[in-house]
Design a protein around this ligand. Structure first.
Ligand code: UN1
Length: 496
């Protein structure tokens, strides 16, 4: 049965004004799962107007009350976790255990940000004059626009939406066209928790709907996660209108394996980080930087381990690797495998589709003899393709890690504490792991990357509110006379 997804604007579920729709497919079966509103600038404008109306009331709702609402969101999400996970697996393909984990990240974030309702700390500091008081407060920004991807269709939006809401903003959300039903299921959680109409609005559609959001003059903040190509377009558009923008645009993450590594542990971690989620995480491992002495043993163990990977429909028990999200995603992987072959890399495993009738599946793939200047070693593929680069020592490993144009996540396997601490100091990614793969970031810490991964902003953790708040510095002079801080200081000191 084909479901009909809807927009949520001003608390009402509705189709696009034009009535147009686009299809969303199940990538494991290639069947149409849903038809969703193909929104245009007119729908985005309607959502922005609804947000504008709702914003003043939400902003003045005491933050602890907003926090309690987020706690309710956490509880309802926990109750609906299995159902949302199932829907997500059908829409974007990753296995049930992973889609459950995706929802769990949003539950964690709802509790974390709910707690911010009773913190959201400002500060006071001493001031230059007597009988005067100074403090810095934080306030919401207004209407924020969120543009999010399909690979973490609940977790990634939650990192944006929950801080935006606890801070008192109103939100317009344009999710990926691959996950309209999951997006609607997430919004229904807020509806059930009692969020006032218009505070959170959902507008589904294609790229033109996202572009309309970035271009809307009432939207003061854009928070984007997705491809570099789209992200830079959104950034340019939004920046030309003076908006604050947060960008998270992918990676070319590496695991470094030193000769002294715990081999078994490294193999487990590499397999999971490179092939879990079918390699479609911005944190996925796509480069393996290996010290010469352990290379042949490592390859052998990885090949052995790859034999145990079950590929299939993520709804089935024991499946570790689901399909790519869509035909385009798989074509990209196939293109890069071809590029790798032509560049002279050596194919060790994979390099082809499994023998299934349906679905956008691709076998976990490993290339060795990859040199640092190959496109295979530098460009984001977003699929289950891992490239092994051989190095002689830690310095060369760190240099290889740091030279790509992305800087999201990196990892080192070593039993040497000195090497581990040097890696912590010198790896120039936003996230660094020691003896753990490159995936699995937790919401208590800043998430984001250096270089082409983003624009210097971070999500989650202590700084997760920064994108969605303004500072307001307040001075209260209770001296009863005009005190001029920069001019009168000497005179006041003389008087005393
Ligand atoms: C992403 O791929 O955009 O660290 C997010 C991880 C997950 C989030 C990934 N917690 O792999």
């Amino acid at each position: 049965m084909i479901e009909i997804a809807q927009n949520y604007i001003g608390g009402k579920w509705q189709s696009a004004e034009s009535g147009d729709q686009f299809p969303s497919y199940n990538p494991a079966t290639e069947e149409i799962l849903a038809q969703a509103p193909r929104s245009t600038a007119a729908d985005v404008e309607a959502a922005v107007q609804a947000a504008k109306q709702a914003y003043p009331g939400w902003r003045l709702t005491p933050a602890p009350r907003r926090g309690e609402l987020l706690f309710r969101v956490a509880q309802i999400l926990a109750d609906r976790k299995q159902d949302i996970a199932r829907l997500m697996t059908q829409e974007m393909g990753k296995p049930l255990a992973e889609t459950g984990g995706d929802v769990q990240e949003a539950i964690d974030m709802a509790y974390y940000m709910g707690g911010e309702g009773r913190r959201m700390l400002g500060y006071t500091a001493p001031v230059e004059m007597p009988n005067k008081f100074g403090m810095a407060l934080r306030d919401s920004v207004g209407i924020v626009g969120l543009i999010t991807p399909w690979n973490f269709p609940v977790a990634v939006p939650s990192w944006k939406m929950l801080p935006a809401l606890i801070a008192g903003n109103a939100v317009v959300w344009k999710p990926s066209e691959d996950t309209p039903l999951t997006s609607a299921a997430f919004v229904k959680v807020f509806e059930a928790a009692g969020l006032p109409p218009g505070v959170l609005n959902l507008v589904t559609g294609l790229g033109d709907a996202g572009a309309a959001l970035a271009a809307n003059p009432h939207v003061r903040v854009i928070s984007f996660t997705g491809s570099t190509e789209t992200g830079l377009k959104v950034y340019t558009q939004a920046a030309s209108l003076g908006k604050k923008v947060t960008l998270e645009m992918g990676g070319k993450n590496a695991i470094i394996v030193m000769d002294d590594a715990n081999l078994e542990l490294a193999v487990e971690a590499i397999t999971w980080s490179a092939y879990g989620t079918t390699g479609q995480r911005c944190t996925a491992t796509s480069r393996l930087i290996v010290q010469s002495g352990i290379k042949s043993q490592l390859i052998e163990a990885l090949v052995e381990k790859a034999r145990t990977i079950k590929i299939g429909n993520g709804l089935e028990d024991g499946v570790m690797v689901g399909p790519l999200v869509n035909a385009k995603g798989r074509e990209k992987v196939e293109r890069y495998v071809e590029i790798g072959r032509n560049e002279g890399a050596k194919l060790i495993i994979g390099g082809q589709r499994p023998d299934f009738d349906k679905g956008f599946f691709y076998n976990p793939t490993l290339f060795s003899e990859v040199s640092r200047d190959m496109r295979l070693a530098r460009e984001e593929i977003f699929g289950p393709v891992l490239s092994l680069i051989e190095v002689k020592d830690l310095n060369e490993a760190i240099e290889a890690n740091n030279e790509v144009s992305y800087g999201l996540s990196s990892s080192i396997f070593t039993e040497n504490v000195n090497a581990a601490f040097r890696a912590i100091r010198d790896l120039t990614t936003g996230i660094v792991y020691i003896n753990h793969g490159t995936t699995g970031a937790e919401i208590q810490f800043p998430f984001g990357g250096t270089r082409g991964t983003g624009n210097g902003m971070r999500e989650a953790g202590l700084v997760g509110l920064d994108s969605f708040m303004e500072w307001k510095s307040v001075y209260v002079d209770y001296s009863g006379r005009l005190q001029r801080a920069q001019i009168d200081t000497d005179a006041i000191l003389r008087e005393q």
